[in-house]
Design a protein around this ligand. Structure first.
Ligand SMILES: Cc1cc2nc3c(=O)[nH]c(=O)nc-3n(C[C@H](O)[C@H](O)[C@H](O)COP(=O)(O)O)c2cc1C
Length: 205
């Protein structure tokens, strides 16, 4: 079975991202198309990007990067669970994306977003742009949760039928893309012959 990592993109104490991520991981387990794991950025504790080399070289100076690299590398697909902060993505999620390159290639990603009236969708729009620079495939089917506080109760996150239906649609499509992109994941472009020197510009084209 393909491996799906549900990435909790917010890290602050008391974040809603954790119960929502746990719900998304549970929905993915019940979907039964993936081998599912929760990847919690707060638990991972990455510092702000502190690697001297460009991630395309895949040569990492720090143990925290090697750990994150191994986690992302083993996944075939992702669900990013994201709030929006000031109409954009949380810094922790952008930072975690920037740490790596080859580990993201040709992997599809679905989004579970939440917030006020905009349901976190402005964050998703930015994340889609960044994801395509990493040759990921951001899929259109998503779960968007407006007025998220209405879904929070004593027992944590309260789902409902429309959210469950949206999660199923997203996971069905994510599985199709995961399978369709497998040949590309098995045949990635060659790594750069020599790692770029720290600070050297790296062309993407
Ligand atoms: C720094 C900050 C900026 C926020 N900006 C937005 C925003 O632009 N749009 C929105 O709908 N909610 C915004 N909110 C409210 C969040 O939707 C709400 O706090 C949510 O719980 C944040 O996700 P988290 O609990 O996983 O951190 C903001 C919250 C914080 C802490």
């Amino acid at each position: 079975m393909p491996k799906l990592h549900v990435v909790v993109g917010s890290t602050r104490p008391g974040r809603l991202g954790l119960p929502i991520g746990q719900w998304a991981a549970q929905a993915a387990k019940e979907h039964a198309g993936f081998d599912v794991e929760l990847a919690d950025l707060a638990e991972l504790g990455l510092p702000l990007l502190d690697e001297p080399g460009h991630p395309r070289a895949g040569l990492y100076a720090h143990e925290h990067t090697r750990r994150w690299s191994a986690t992302v590398d083993e996944a075939d697909a992702f669900v990013f669970v994201t709030p929006e902060y000031n109409s954009g993505p949380p810094a922790a999620l952008l930072n975690a994306l920037s740490f790596l390159y080859g580990e993201w290639l040709y992997k599809p990603v679905g989004f579970v977003s939440y917030g006020g009236v905009a349901a976190g969708l402005r964050s998703v729009q930015v994340l889609k742009q960044v994801a395509t620079a990493l040759k990921m495939m951001p899929i259109p089917e998503s779960v968007a949760i407006p007025f998220v506080f209405k879904h929070m109760g004593e027992g944590g996150f309260r789902t409902d039928a429309p959210l469950e239906a949206a999660a199923t649609m997203m996971l069905d499509e994510l599985l199709r893309w995961t399978e369709a992109l497998r040949p590309l994941r098995l045949n990635p472009p060659p790594a750069p012959a020599a790692p770029p020197a720290p600070g050297a510009p790296v062309s993407r084209v």
